[in-house]
Write a protein that binds this ligand. Structure first.
Ligand code: NAG
Ligand code: NAG
Ligand code: NAG
Ligand code: NAG
Ligand code: NAG
Ligand code: NAG
Ligand code: NAG
Ligand code: NAG
Ligand code: NAG
Ligand code: NAG
Ligand code: NAG
Ligand code: NAG
Length: 567
């Protein structure tokens, strides 16, 4: 196989795992230290009384391959917003449009997409999202360097003669065809598209990564059977935690995941700032058949890594590869989010709230406040709610920064506990709820931390996973990866709900994030059209939760998945 020859040549220095940084999330945390505000906070946009146009344009896929050139397309968004998010510009609307809640009276925008010698113009309704414009890019040369795309829009309000002009940019990655692994991102949904992991070829298809972090030196080196077990549990992605010291065994891990049809995340956390080593690793592993993506900075915000480090690595990886996206993991709730995410296509959170003491650190014996302390989950309350808030906050910030199409958020469900900041491991049901609320707030991939975890009956994490991974793949994934599906999220008395609609059916995912019994009428989670629960609602899964004719009844921490097909 192509990748074998360079294995032996690569000797990645195993950096000694550094001791904990002087600060964590910019905060002092030791008893003898003073309180110093960490800074680095995300700045929310100012509001606007007058309407603004948030004009966005992006290719449907990143990357496109030569074989896709004739069927390529761009997505255009012409949202009217009232926050000064990145790129928003004032637009004057017809005076009558404010009265109705639909956009019909707003008219259209003439959009021109210009890349190299290719120029395409189309009319796009104003206040539209996800509007697709076919753009044949076969006249362009496939190459490593991304093309700069300029997108312009001209709006003439109905019954007005004055035209208003808007501009935005995009990046088009158009690469040569290859038989090696390619992970495309569908920028309509943020979902990844891959060929089968066994490397034998096949069509690209969307999928939802479900995986586990697993320590290479501690577990995999000793016991490759764990890969078979994770496969049997229904996981499709393996994330070995470096260092990968024994390269023979690392190659066995790759071989075994290929045979199992599982994808692998290559993690450069221990040396991502050494660009020489990054280049060596990317050259060595870019062609393995089941490489899903590169992970670079791990908790750069916690450790206060240089603000530009993740981006330098990102840029280098794109000059060498481009066929696989780059992920980073941010640990802090609010510390230098903006600079770090410049170095990523995928932003993972790793908030682990279960079993912490959110106000007093058992490790450092100090209080935890927004300005001080380290309690294991930054600015958390110590409940399931923390993960909902973290995923949604990351999504919102990416939108504000203008990255809602180009960067996505993944989740890291807590699958450990006992020790250090954590006095307990989540139950299987809590672990499931962490995943559910993440999907409800836009997460497009899930890698639990870490394997091995609790195992046995359905009250444990692994005991829950065996059944849940299949449901996620068969029931949830088709909605989440469907570019035509619409999506809404609801909070009813602490019950978190996500509702997808694919044109004919609804998918409802619910998780009660509060320690209380809650009744949720169907209409309060977007299903007012349900008239006969017996015939129109299919229960896929429910724990501590049931339905009656008018709604859903939750016990504390109840969870559920339903398909609803109203008349
Ligand atoms: C734009 O679309 C949104 C979502 O459909 C809608 O809520 C809003 O009222 C529309 N804005 C205008 C000005 O029509
Ligand atoms: C290896 O891992 C498998 C799957 O987790 C487990 O069943 C087995 O007990 C492990 N073997 C050893 C020697 O730890
Ligand atoms: C890697 O592991 C194999 C199998 O356990 C062992 O034979 C070999 O000596 C190890 N190599 C190194 C460099 O530790
Ligand atoms: C991995 O698979 C390749 C191709 O089948 C084989 O040549 C190589 O020896 C395998 N490596 C290990 C360490 O088993
Ligand atoms: C980066 O890695 C290379 C290759 O191992 C090594 O020679 C070099 O000293 C490292 N650079 C730094 C700054 O650590
Ligand atoms: C957190 O720790 C402090 C100090 O030990 C204790 O008083 C408090 O009850 C703990 N809080 C929780 C929620 O366990
Ligand atoms: C399930 O497993 C847990 C952990 O091993 C155990 O405490 C519990 O009693 C088991 N429950 C049932 C119903 O078997
Ligand atoms: C869960 O999975 C196990 C093993 O695959 C299977 O035997 C069992 O019927 C499943 N339980 C449910 C409730 O689907
Ligand atoms: C989305 O809807 C359009 C228009 O109805 C249809 O042509 C297209 O095939 C649909 N796409 C998918 C992925 O279902
Ligand atoms: C919507 O989802 C349902 C349930 O999964 C499926 O049967 C149906 O074909 C889907 N409809 C469309 C238009 O994709
Ligand atoms: C729901 O539909 C079924 C089958 O048509 C019917 O037997 C049942 O009475 C209906 N229930 C209600 C509450 O209308
Ligand atoms: C469903 O349960 C809720 C909460 O117990 C109750 O208020 C409601 O009346 C029930 N609906 C029906 C039709 O029984």
């Amino acid at each position: 196989m192509k990748y074998n020859k360079s294995f032996a040549a690569l000797a990645v220095a195993a950096l000694v795992q550094g001791s904990l940084a002087q600060t964590w999330c910019g905060k002092n945390y030791m008893a003898n230290q003073s309180v110093v505000p960490p800074g680095g906070q995300f700045v929310l946009p100012a509001q606007s009384v007058d309407p603004l146009l948030s004009f966005r344009c992006a290719p449907v896929f990143r990357p496109y391959l030569q074989e896709d050139a004739k069927s390529a397309a761009f997505i255009v968004d012409t949202s009217i917003v009232y926050d000064w998010i990145a790129g928003a510009e004032p637009i004057s609307l017809p005076s009558t449009s404010g009265s109705s809640s639909n956009s019909a009276g707003l008219g259209t925008v003439s959009v021109t997409i210009n890349v190299g010698s290719v120029k395409t113009t189309a009319n796009v309704p104003l206040n539209a999202t996800n509007f697709q414009i076919p753009v044949d890019i076969s006249k362009l040369q496939a190459r490593k360097a991304a093309y700069n795309v300029s997108c312009s829009a001209t709006y003439t309000a109905p019954s007005s003669s004055k035209s208003q002009k808007f501009k935005t940019g995009a990046s088009l990655l158009y690469l040569p065809d290859t038989n090696s692994s390619v992970t495309k991102t569908d920028l309509r949904t943020g979902a990844l598209w891959v060929r089968p992991a066994d490397g034998k070829g096949g069509a690209f298809a969307p999928f939802l990564p479900q995986g586990f972090y697993i320590n290479f030196d501690e577990y995999l080196v000793e016991n490759l059977t764990m890969i078979d077990q994770l496969k049997a549990d229904g996981f499709n992605t393996l994330h070995p935690i470096p260092p990968y010291d024994n390269l023979t065994i690392f190659e066995e891990v790759i071989n075994k995941t290929i045979s199992a049809g599982m994808y692998i995340v290559y993690d450069m956390r221990s040396n991502y700032q050494n660009l020489t080593l990054v280049a060596q690793q990317v050259k060595t592993y870019a062609s393995i058949p089941n490489l899903l993506n590169w992970e670079t900075a791990h908790e750069p915000d916690g450790n206060s890594d240089p603000l530009g480090a993740a981006q330098l690595t990102y840029d280098l990886i794109y000059t060498l590869d481009g066929y696989h996206p780059v992920s980073i993991v941010l640990n802090c709730q609010d510390y230098n989010f903006s600079p770090y995410v410049n170095g990523a296509d995928i932003v993972l959170h790793d908030a682990y709230p279960i079993g912490i003491n959110a106000t007093f650190s058992p490790v450092w014996h100090t209080a935890c406040t927004p300005d001080f302390g380290h309690c294991g989950c930054d600015n958390c309350k110590g409940t399931l709610y923390d993960v909902k808030a973290r995923v949604q906050t990351f999504k919102d910030r990416l939108n504000i920064l203008g990255f809602d199409r180009t960067k996505s958020v993944w989740t890291t469900p807590q699958a450990f506990g006992s020790g250090a900041y954590w006095n307990t491991t989540p139950t299987g049901q809590q672990w499931a709820a962490l995943g559910f609320t993440s999907f409800n707030h836009g997460a497009l991939g899930s890698k639990s931390f870490q394997y091995p975890t609790t195992t046995g009956n359905v009250t444990t994490i692994e005991g829950t996973a065996t059944n849940l991974t299949v449901i996620i793949k068969d029931i949830i994934q088709p909605f989440i990866v469907d570019p035509n599906a619409t999506f809404a999220t609801y909070d009813h008395l602490g019950v978190d709900a996500g509702l997808w609609h694919n044109g004919t059916a609804y998918l409802l995912i619910v998780a009660n994030l509060v320690n209380a019994q809650v009744y949720v009428p169907w209409k309060d989670v977007g299903l007012g059209s349900i008239t006969n629960t017996t015939t129109q609602v299919e229960r896929i899964l429910s724990v501590s939760q049931n339905t009656n004719a008018t709604g859903l009844n939750f016990l504390p921490n109840g969870i559920g998945i339903y398909i609803a097909t109203p008349p």
